[in-house]
Design a protein around this ligand. Structure first.
Ligand SMILES: Cc1cc2nc3c(=O)[nH]c(=O)nc-3n(C[C@H](O)[C@H](O)[C@H](O)COP(=O)(O)OP(=O)(O)OC[C@H]3O[C@@H](n4cnc5c(N)ncnc54)[C@H](O)[C@@H]3O)c2cc1C
Length: 478
């Protein structure tokens, strides 16, 4: 076998001997994929079809020891390295060109302690793995709203979901994180062990090591809860958004809602004249008592005459799958976000205009209601700083034809640029586009926590080995 061409951390080319790679592979329970392997293209492809990076080696780890071996091997040869869990981050930094990918996708087991209300989740699990494991006990972890998303990236960068108003961010519900650091040590971070690292991991992303296990605090839920899924014509968006704005903060915190400016699906339940047309979808979930939930969502279902109302009571884990098919792997995506202070008439009008101008009918503008518990956590008690915004606009450009990339990306950037000074609070790092803004944006996003975060990065990763998404030692994006 010939040697493998690699890129070093310093950006230089080097050739790794095949015997080194073979020895590395034989030390793993998992395997190592090379560019000549049939599994190569599948293994390097991720959710965002815009990303076409070509790593030289993909170490498909089976357990924590494999991760330690991969980190040690990579360090020894000073290789460019990336960490892949769900592979769902829009910027696609889980895959590096000509480097080594530490792939955790096979490390997806979840262990639940129903008495202590704790879940131990391996680093490569998806939200669906977690929901599947907790649902038999009528428990949930506060995570995101699409079952295919990776737990690791979502949690390390914060994590908003249906019950954030009630229970806070996903990262607020961590009890501890097991992590493999750049020197190949396995350590645990919690309030009582390596507490500075634990502070940093709750919002600071993949800068500090490979997270191999997350320990989450769980919360009780009924076996079935209410999904709000009401589709209104865009002509009623003003009325719906006014109702949302005037009432949402008075609803119980068990209610999570996203107002989605989107397109009506081409489906039997949509009258023909509306199929593919711009609509407003009131999408939500009430994770508390279902009888109360039915009453709370009722007015949101009849603000105007809906085109369709798919709201129903169902198991939480099924609600988490409702959007899965709308975001298939391999489509082209560019998602960005901006925090806003209010949803006034002018903002409603501007969002509606942008929705009408979407270059792709698959794209959406989403208004998330935040606040509640997210807001009550001291912004300096974890690295995740921007907790005061009552709303976030998620700008989701989704398209199929690569020739349409420029127009779709520009559409998303224009909306972001138009609203970014409303709160001037940086970005939500799980919806950051390709993080073009670099350090300036990081400084705004982390506010007064930024300095401390950089210091903790220097302490735990002095040589800047972990350079995935939003590098705290570099200029932000490199
Ligand atoms: C369809 C879809 C729905 C979404 N819904 C929500 C939502 O409801 N709420 C929300 O808040 N966000 C949501 N997101 C955004 C999502 O949270 C981010 O994309 C998240 O980063 C994905 O995590 P991942 O494990 O798939 O990341 P990956 O793409 O695998 O990794 C991204 C980066 O995270 C870091 N990282 C990943 N795994 C590890 C690890 N084990 N240890 C250390 N660092 C690691 C690395 O820096 C890596 O480069 C959604 C995304 C998609 C695509």
């Amino acid at each position: 076998m010939t040697s493998v061409n690699m890129q070093t951390l310093a950006g230089e080319k080097m050739a790794l001997s095949s015997s080194d790679v073979e020895r590395f592979e034989s030390s793993l329970k998992g395997d190592v994929i090379r560019s000549s392997d049939t599994a190569y293209d599948e293994s390097r492809s991720i959710w965002n079809g815009m990303i076409d990076r070509k790593p030289s080696l993909i170490a498909r780890c089976k357990d924590r020891d494999d991760v330690v071996a991969a980190v040690n091997f990579s360090r020894k040869h000073n290789l460019m390295t990336s960490i892949r869990s769900g592979g769902h981050h829009v910027a696609g930094k889980s895959i590096c060109d000509e480097g080594l990918v530490i792939d955790l996708t096979q490390m997806n087991s979840v262990e639940v302690d129903p008495d202590k209300h704790i879940a131990r989740v391996q680093g490569g699990a998806k939200l669906g793995d977690l929901d599947e494991a907790t649902s038999p006990y009528n428990l949930i972890a506060p995570i995101g709203v699409v079952s295919e998303t990776g737990v690791a990236g979502l949690t390390l960068h914060g994590g908003f979901g249906w019950n954030s108003r009630k229970h806070g961010l996903a990262s607020d519900n961590l009890i501890s994180v097991e992590i493999v650091t750049a020197d190949g040590k396995v350590i645990r971070a919690s309030n009582s062990e390596n507490s500075d690292l634990f502070w940093a991991l709750r919002g600071g992303g993949g800068n500090f090591g490979v997270a191999t296990e997350f320990e989450f605090r769980l919360h009780p839920i009924e076996s079935e809860v209410w999904l709000l899924f009401t589709i209104y014509p865009l002509s009623e968006a003003k009325k719906c958004m006014e109702y949302f704005r005037d009432n949402i903060q008075d609803t119980p915190e068990e209610f999570g809602i996203i107002e989605v400016f989107w397109s009506a699906p081409d489906a039997d339940f949509i009258p023909e004249e509306y199929r593919g047309e711009p609509v407003l979808v009131s999408l939500g979930c009430f994770t508390g008592d279902p009888d109360e939930g039915e009453k709370v969502i009722a007015p949101f279902r009849k603000i105007a005459e809906p085109i369709a109302d798919l709201s129903e009571k169902m198991p939480f884990k099924e609600i988490q799958k409702v959007l899965d098919e709308d975001f298939p792997n391999g489509r082209h995506y560019y998602w960005k976000s901006v925090y806003i202070n209010e949803v006034n008439d002018n903002i409603i009008e501007r969002i509606t205009e942008h929705a009408k101008k979407r270059p792709s009918p698959l794209s959406s503008v989403d208004v998330w209601a935040l606040g509640g518990k997210v807001n009550r956590v001291d912004p300096e008690s974890t690295a995740f700083y921007q907790r005061n915004a009552p709303y976030m606009i998620g700008i989701e450009a989704n398209w199929n034809d690569p020739d349409d990339s420029e127009a779709n990306i520009q559409w998303a950037r224009d909306i972001h640029d138009e609203f970014k000074n409303d709160l001037d609070a940086g970005l939500y790092l799980n919806f950051p586009g390709f993080a073009e803004e670099g350090e300036e944006m990081l400084a705004k996003t982390y506010g007064p926590n930024y300095r401390r975060l950089k210091d903790i990065k220097t302490k735990y990763d002095p040589d800047n080995f972990f350079r995935g998404f939003m590098n705290l030692s570099g200029n932000g994006s490199k």
